[in-house]
Design a binder for this molecule. Structure first.
Ligand SMILES: [Zn+2]
Ligand SMILES: [Zn+2]
Length: 260
């Protein structure tokens, strides 16, 4: 059995096809999924999925790329986190990929939003789901400063270097690999995956995006997470069953509220 630790089933591409997606998940031995929240406005829809199905859970948070949305306070996030079946804070973090005309100094609002999420994670004891893109040094710096060692979580859809992976592992975080791991050009990322200990690895789809090979370019769904597991197994020279079992166990360990 496989677990998709990060998907966006509330997005329109997927929410309208939920019965088919759930059937495909069952057929592919994907027995659980974590539905990730990206805006406060979206929370009710994500939460409804987690309330409706006993193998879905959800997070509460505002994605760093979302600009014209309600800004969360620590109290907002703590209140959402108290609701049933909310098991994580995020996704949150820093993304300097789409700076455009702006400088890194102009992104203070993103760093401030990330700080708010880390404070909410500390206040609730829930793990953080961290998104970092072209911003790993600042992501780690803000995380170290705000968490003071009192936060855990996952660096999701990991595409950074082995040094960044090492730093995240040293902070007690897990590393989650997506369909990118299967892409032909992702040689460096496969080397990073070989280095991350299996007991700190998670797998995800980040669907509807980033469908793994052989579905690259198509709409992704949680039913495709076994392709990520197979690639991770190949990289580590292990049977896929062992990777499925370990990543499911890691999911339960990190998102411990899924077991209550
Ligand atoms: Zn993300
Ligand atoms: Zn995401």
């Amino acid at each position: 059995m496989y677990v998709d630790s990060h998907c966006h089933l509330s997005f329109p591409e997927l929410s309208q096809k939920l019965p088919e997606i759930r059937a495909a998940m069952a057929a592919a031995d994907v027995d659980r999924a974590l539905c990730i929240c990206t805006t406060l406005e979206e929370f009710e829809r994500v939460h409804a999925l987690a309330l409706a199905y006993d193998n879905f859970w959800c997070s509460a948070g505002v994605h760093p790329d979302n600009e014209d949305v309600r800004e969360p306070s620590v109290d907002d996030l703590v209140a959402l986190a108290a609701k049933p079946r909310v098991v994580a804070i995020g996704e949150t973090g820093l993304d300097y990929y789409r700076l455009g005309e702006r400088s890194i100094a102009d992104m203070e609002w993103q760093r401030q939003r990330f700080r708010v999420h880390i404070r909410a994670a500390r206040a609730t004891g829930l793990p953080l789901v961290i998104h970092t893109r072209s911003a790993s040094a600042d992501t780690l710096a803000v995380l170290r400063e705000e968490s003071e060692g009192h936060a855990t979580g996952v660096f999701h859809c990991f595409t950074e270097t082995a040094e960044t992976a090492r730093a995240a592992l040293d902070l007690g975080f897990y590393i989650s690999f997506s369909g990118i791991l299967t892409f032909k050009t992702a040689t460096d990322l496969r080397a990073v995956a070989a280095f991350v200990p299996l007991d700190r690895c998670l797998i995800e789809t980040d669907s509807p995006y980033l469908a793994p090979v052989p579905y690259r370019g198509k709409v992704n769904t949680p039913a495709y997470v076994p392709f990520v597991a197979r690639q991770l197994a190949e990289v580590k020279g292990l049977p896929v069953d062992e990777v499925a079992e370990a990543t499911s166990r890691n999911f339960e360990c990190l998102f411990s509220r899924t077991g209550t």
